[in-house]
Ligand binder design. Structure first.
Ligand code: UD1
Ligand code: UDP
Length: 381
């Protein structure tokens, strides 16, 4: 029997971190030819992940340009995908999450009448402008996909409410699979500055921020809040690997650079980031992925957004929304820095996002869909 040709398509850092373990799981199965097509919507930040996970793409669209717009990303991906699909002839394309690469990858598969599997399906805020454009991207992909790999039961229920009733699986999030390979107690950082941070003596607050809907006033508020937290709390060291987006870097330069106890560093390789998170006291972020990783590591998270599509860790008590108003961010962060019992209430490891077996389940489900296995994987309980 011919091998199934399963092509993973991704382009940004978070997609890569969450898809590389899956690419490897696909490659480990004798029934499958694992193909990997990257759009390189991110260039350096993507390449860094590919290096950490030792994944070599079969196709690279190399689309990134400085300050790219949503339209250029989408149109370049669509055009580039034509040749990739015609040449590599996949039986199924896997896309991940909610980026412009995700949407264009799914649409392109549809144009070529290739089946689509959506990894990290069913997340919703029900606000089409927040996160922007991700909420719309994932809704559009839901209309195109054939298989839906939902991280949680809640995600599956969101799809059921939209009358998507077939091809749904609860698998856990592949980010937990990734974390299991990167975090180690004896980890030594290759970014030397990280080996010399005063872990234990001081409170390391890990920060990231990049969302498009936070551009402008919200991002200014966030930067000023970070500055105030650093200035008012000598027991804190703020470590902020700054996203390569020029919009983000400008805001950092204007409002945050020069503040005391603030370490502004370049984006970290995924393994460095995960191990730094494991040694941090608190995480302040607007990222999606960090809301899943930090709870698994028992680290409280304040989310600098007005909403979240990841309510599971909020329900479990390790994640709180702090919004994008300077005073609110400062008040909530200082409470966790200064009030031990408030901190302890949030600092426990919870794992609503999986058990590290998501990739195995996804591949078993794909084999079942194509008639190469008798049963799909058991859903994550
Ligand atoms: C994108 C995704 C977002 C995801 C985020 C993860 C869309 C619309 N947005 O947003 O969902 O949360 O990635 O980080 O799909 N840049 C570089 N080198 C890199 C990466 C980015 O120079 O390796 C710069 C470029 O100037 C680029 C800009 O950052 O134009 C913005 O990148 P882009 O992918 O458009 O937006 P993100 O904010 O990264
Ligand atoms: N990350 C990383 N290096 C960094 C910052 C983040 O490896 O310097 C990882 C982080 O651990 C998580 C992912 O990148 O796995 C999140 O990506 P990002 O915040 O860019 O996007 P989002 O998750 O918001 O879509």
């Amino acid at each position: 029997m011919n091998k199934l040709r399963i092509m993973s398509v991704f382009g940004t850092r978070p997609e890569a971190i969450k898809m590389c373990p899956l690419v490897k799981e696909l490659a480990s199965r004798p029934e499958i030819e694992s193909l990997c097509c990257v759009t390189a919507q991110h260039r350096q930040m993507l390449d860094s992940v590919l290096e950490v996970f030792e994944v070599k793409p079969d196709w690279d669209l190399d689309i990134m340009t400085p300050r790219q717009t949503l339209s250029t990303i989408t149109s370049k991906c669509l055009t580039g995908m034509d040749e990739a699909i015609d040449t590599l002839k996949p039986d199924m394309i896997l896309v991940h999450g909610d980026t412009s690469t995700t949407f264009a990858g799914a649409l392109s598969a549809f144009y070529h009448q290739v089946k689509v599997g959506h990894v990290e399906a069913g997340l919703r805020t029900y606000d089409k402008y927040s996160p922007f454009p991700e909420e719309m991207n994932r809704k559009l992909v839901s209309s195109i996909a054939d298989l839906y790999f939902c991280p949680t039961v809640n995600n599956k229920n969101n799809l059921l409410r939209e009358n998507i009733t077939e091809g749904l699986f609860v698998t856990g999030n592949t980010v937990i699979d990734a974390l299991k390979t990167t975090v180690r107690e004896d980890y030594k950082f290759s970014t030397d500055e990280l080996n010399h941070l005063p872990y234990g003596e001081k409170k390391i607050v890990l920060v990231t921020c990049h969302r498009r809907e936070n551009y402008g006033e919200p991002m200014k508020n966030i930067m000023l809040a970070l500055r105030q937290i650093a200035e008012e709390n000598p027991e804190v060291e703020l470590v902020y690997p700054v996203h390569l987006s020029p919009v983000v870097r400008e805001a950092v330069d204007i409002y945050l650079r020069g503040a005391p106890r603030v370490h502004l560093i370049d984006p970290l390789p995924a393994d460095e980031m995960h191990n730094l998170m494991a040694r941090s006291y608190l995480v302040l972020t607007d990222s999606g992925g960090l809301q899943e990783e930090a709870p698994a590591l028992g680290k409280p998270v304040l989310v600098m957004r007005r909403e979240t599509e990841r309510p599971e860790a909020v329900a479990a008590g390790t994640v709180k929304l702090c919004g994008v108003v300077q005073d609110d961010i400062v008040t909530m962060a200082e409470r966790l820095i200064r009030d031990k019992s408030a901190y302890e209430k949030m600092a426990h490891a919870v794992n609503p996002y999986g058990d590290g077996q998501a990739c195995r389940r996804i591949v078993d489900d794909i084999l079942w869909y194509f008639g190469r296995r008798e049963q799909p994987a058991e859903d994550l309980a």
